[in-house]
Ligand binder design. Sequence first.
Ligand code: S3P
Length: 441
Amino acid sequence: MSNQIFISQRVGSFKKKIRVASDKSISIRTILFASQAVGMSKISNLLESEDVLNTLKTVKKLGINFKKKKNIYIIEGFGLNNFKITKNTKIDAGNSGTLARLILGMLVKTKHKVKLIGDKSLSKRDFSRVLKPLRLLGVNVKSKKNLLPIEISGTEFLRPISYDENIGSAQVKSCIILAALNTPGITQINAKNSRNHTELMLKYLKYPIKIKKSNNYDKISIKGLHQFKSFNYKVPGDISSAAFFIVLTLLSEKSEMVIRNVNVNESRVGIITILNKMGAAIKLRNSVIYNGEKIADIHVKTNKNLKAINCPSKLNSAAIDEFLIIFLACAKAKGISRFKDLGEMNKKESKRLDLGVQFLKLIGIKVEKFGNNINIYGNPNLSLKGNFEIKNFLKDHRIFFLSCIAALTLGGNWIIHDKDSINTSFPDFLKILKKLGAQIY
Ligand code: S3P
């Protein structure tokens, strides 16, 4: 089957209520926590994307059974560190940095060596960020140049650590928290702000975890070796998937959209804060707190008057997966948008900061890049003609989504390769676009 799509027409005006893919970070975490709980956990609305299916395959390899009944995954856990790990176990995390980093934290006591591998993109990503704290905990991890494959051999002699997490990485923080569950005593992490789903889930499970918030850091203490019971969880929508439809609506003609039931946890809503500072007037309605997470409907309308932003870098972590699509909004905004300290973007599924700059230049936008800072010269009259081809982006799903939204809002004839990258996080992406009236071949 062809793995490329063609778009040569802007989307017309629309007025729709939609639901987007379920939250990927939460889906992965519910499976991992269910695998450590005592009893049968029931998870509904789980995202059925490749990263999440690889998480299910991983816990299955580690001896955890699950079945699907209607829309519900039932996962049977036997308590902390009760994986059944056999000799020569190999785990393939595919494209998922989250699965790869978090599972290492759960294997800190494995008696048999486990080998962790991943796809081409994941095999280029740096693991020193988790290898360092794991080694301090006493775990034996082997890797060449801090890359996959990694071999992990557990220890019975884990020692609690006090760790400064200065990257602002939820994957690193969560890896240490998961390791801490198996470690006697109190593990402490002084963590630069990042998404906090792991902490909220542990609180919801009544696990002994304490969090003291200060300006840009959380001081987290975790008491090891406590069991927790199985749980039920309905996974909300993913703001990282909603992001593309928010910008599509802002940049389309006379359109309105409600995106229902999206996770709008404070640590994830950077895109809304940034776009609203640009004048977007996005509203959150029907907010509820569900298992510690805030969920709401997102209301957005066409906006022809976006203005540039001088983005404070303290918003970076809450928008880290959304910057590509934020850049597209900046391309159509009046004035020069400025972003600082975006180096982490280049540590994702592809070098997203470099590719984002390349993309903006391709669509005729002036961009200046100084190290990890960029300035985007917006052009509210931007309208494209001619041919555009997007390929060779390490099959990064978010570059594919960005390209589709650009094609549907700016004009031009587009060929976009690697359609199947959508299966990483948002398998229904094209289906929803077509329901809005988008012509995609
Ligand atoms: C994620 C954390 C973020 C994010 C990734 C998912 C998670 O990465 O980019 O898509 O679920 O913990 P970092 O923690 O490396 O910033």
